[in-house]
Design a protein around this ligand. Structure first.
Ligand SMILES: Cc1cc2nc3c(=O)[nH]c(=O)nc-3n(C[C@H](O)[C@H](O)[C@H](O)COP(=O)(O)OP(=O)(O)OC[C@H]3O[C@@H](n4cnc5c(N)ncnc54)[C@H](O)[C@@H]3O)c2cc1C
Length: 386
């Protein structure tokens, strides 16, 4: 019997993790990506391997997903992770008043949390604000975004997945009933257009999922919610530092190689392909970041970048929307068969997002093949170019 053929649109964390999962479950896999690997949101995140602490009070579903996947990613792809840990730090009395709620949230979600004295925190991180009032250690980490996506892609490729990079899906192939049977693509490298047929199409285009579903006369509830990050020219911290309070703007400072990155903001946009950076937000990152790490004021701004979260849900301010994920079978949503969309989530939860999506794909095709991605170590990111 021939293998089922799946097309995955998008090669960010989600699409590459799905390609890997599908390949392990025995599918023929074709990935179509309009740019290089991780050229969407995935290439422009902080790279914070969440412990879930950030979401442990208000968004516990996402917090539990984060801690579970944090443990799995450390096991299957240690090469791209700096297992440096994280600190949640109280600077003001208001932060301090949040401490017990935070500890309770972490305990409820199974996130290990340990209080250390301000002196111990300063010994670990000498650039912390010396006026800090409390510090809690959680198992956050830092990952290299491009290498994480490349590791999933390399493993998928090793198991037979074929990647069409710089190739954009410009339309859907539909049968007489309006069901999806493949995609029409435009190869930007040689300006050719062709069709690819498949048994199933998986839409993993992040903030762009709505553009793809529209081509199939389907829909998906999504709120594209951008945020900005500012990189400074020195590594001022070795751990991921979070402000001990409800998630807010500029309350994360973490190391990426020799840099310190401060993030982020949360706002809405009309056009997902045009997200201007507002200088006021850049100033806010400096102001808020310096409350945690005053030495940021002596550092030079090295770069400002933005990315757009593909949050689930149709409306609402970004900070109020859950960071969990959802996979949609468009047969149920729009009576359009052959198309599954995945949206929401975090980089940290991309493997679980892939598992859930491929479970739905297998269910639709009448296959009962268990997921093994939590156990299978990923190939080196370097292998993608072999
Ligand atoms: C500011 C910010 C900071 C973040 N920080 C973190 C963090 O520190 N830790 C964490 O865990 N999570 C973080 N996240 C969340 C995380 O980055 C995203 O959830 C994740 O990158 C989404 O990945 P994705 O693969 O779903 O989407 P994307 O990475 O956007 O991938 C979608 C891909 O689809 C492609 N595409 C679109 N249209 C087409 C088409 N027509 N044809 C072919 N290809 C197409 C795009 O080019 C893109 O590469 C952050 C998000 C933001 C916005």
């Amino acid at each position: 019997m021939s293998k089922p053929h799946a097309i995955v649109i998008g090669a960010g964390f989600t699409g590459t993790a799905i390609a890997h999962d599908l390949a392990l479950r025995g599918f023929d896999v074709t990935v179509v990506e309009r740019g290089p690997i991780a050229s969407g949101t995935s290439g422009r995140t902080h790279g914070l391997l969440h412990s879930g602490g950030r979401y442990a009070v208000k968004d516990q579903e996402s917090a539990i997903e984060c801690i579970e996947e944090n443990v799995i990613l450390r096991k299957i792809v240690p090469e791209v992770i700096e297992p440096n840990g994280g600190l949640f730090v109280a600077i003001t009395e208001d932060d301090l008043a949040y401490k017990e709620t935070f500890i309770k949230g972490c305990e409820d979600c199974g996130i290990p949390v340990d209080e250390i004295t301000p002196q111990e925190a300063l010994r670990l991180e000498p650039n912390l604000n010396p006026k800090l009032l409390a510090a809690l250690i959680v198992p956050d980490g830092t990952f290299d975004p491009l290498r994480l996506a490349l590791s999933f892609a390399a493993t998928a490729k090793k198991n037979g997945a074929v990647f069409h990079l710089f190739t954009e899906v410009v339309d859907m192939l539909l049968d007489g009933q309006g069901n999806v049977t493949g995609v029409k693509v435009w190869d930007r490298t040689n300006n050719t257009r062709y069709d690819i047929h498949s048994d199933i199409v998986v839409n993993a285009t992040g903030a762009w999922v709505g553009q793809i579903t529209k081509m199939a006369h389907a829909h998906v509830p999504i709120s594209p919610t951008p945020g900005i990050m500012v990189a400074y020219d020195r590594r001022l911290v070795n751990r991921a530092i979070n402000r001990l309070n409800r998630p807010s703007d500029g309350d994360i400072v973490l190391p990426q190689r020799r840099l310190a990155v401060v993030g982020t903001t949360s706002f809405s946009i009309d056009d997902v392909d045009y997200v201007p950076i507002d200088r006021q937000q850049v100033e806010l990152m400096l102001q808020r970041g310096a409350e945690l790490i005053p030495a940021i004021r002596q550092a030079k701004e090295r770069g400002v970048y933005m990315a757009t979260r593909p949050l689930i849900g149709a409306s609402g301010p970004g900070r109020s929307i859950s960071r969990t994920f959802k996979a949609y079978d468009h047969k149920d949503l729009d009576n359009v068969d052959g198309l599954v969309t995945i949206t929401g989530g975090k980089a940290t939860t991309c493997r679980a997002m892939a598992e859930k999506t491929v479970d739905i794909v297998c269910g639709k095709l009448g296959l009962n093949i268990p997921c093994t991605t939590a156990e299978v170590p990923l190939a080196s990111y370097r292998a993608f170019y072999d």
